[in-house]
Design a binder for this molecule. Sequence first.
Ligand code: UTP
Length: 298
Amino acid sequence: MRKKVTKAIFPVAGMGTRFLPATKSVPKEIMTLVDRPLVQYAIDEARAAGIKEFIFVTSRGKGALEDYFDHAPQLEQELRKKGKDQLLETLKNTNMDSGEIAYIRQHKALGLGHAVWCARRLVHNEPFAVMLPDDVIAAEKPCLQQMVEAYEETGGSMVAAMEVPAEKTSSYGILDVKEDMGSMVSVGDMVEKPPVGEAPSNLAVIGRYILSPNIFRHLNRLKTGAGGEIQLTDAIAEELKPEGDGVYGYRFRGQRFDCGSKAGFLQATVAFGLARDDLRGDLENYLQEIMAAKKAAE
Ligand code: UTP
């Protein structure tokens, strides 16, 4: 019987430089997509996948993130007094139970691999998920849930994968596919940010992982890889060796938005806005108006 995946690591210790000056005082993960911070989308997705323990790897200046998960008794009382039951319910859904959430500090931004390694003492000998909250995925069945279900069949380690245009492969970890089984591929090799024209495929790794605890052992031994950082990809690639448990790429069903970039964040805002019954009408009208005005000006 495979061990269930009940823990997720959320590495949020990066500096978010692409969103400066906003990220000078606001953690990127707290930035608002429609009316919820990015991190809430990740938490909801994790819960749907059966995650029970939420481990955040944070850094200096991320206090707002910790505050966000605290209960807000005064605010709740005020809403109750005013009979704003729906808002009260929304607020309660964001509460985390005591002991459900843990924060670990990454003292230096030494890369994603290092951030995951910082959580090693909280995970023990069990498979775990890693979620990057700035990858927001719109999907009928939440992406991590799809992966957990697939993982129950495969074991090993699993990365979420999606096809990207050839000219974009240099921005991602890219999979060299050993065997293509449709929604799942067996991975032969993984290359971090290959130069354009040298990518082994156009199947890119995005910010959802289910990893074997062996990964911590590999991270222990790793020296800094590409860009002077400790790369998670390098540790996962160790599992491709004959003595490893294997690595699978999972082509999830859904649309991923790169909310770590400005263009991706704006696209997500429009898409998530259009998906909301209370906003769709106004937003659609506005988009049609500006498209018509643009056409008229051409
Ligand atoms: P990014 O590459 O998006 O870096 O990290 P960043 O610092 O968040 O943003 P930019 O590029 O400066 O704008 C991917 C994920 O890995 C985490 C980040 O918080 C983000 O969730 N990370 C990265 C760490 O936790 N620690 C690190 O040392 C590096």
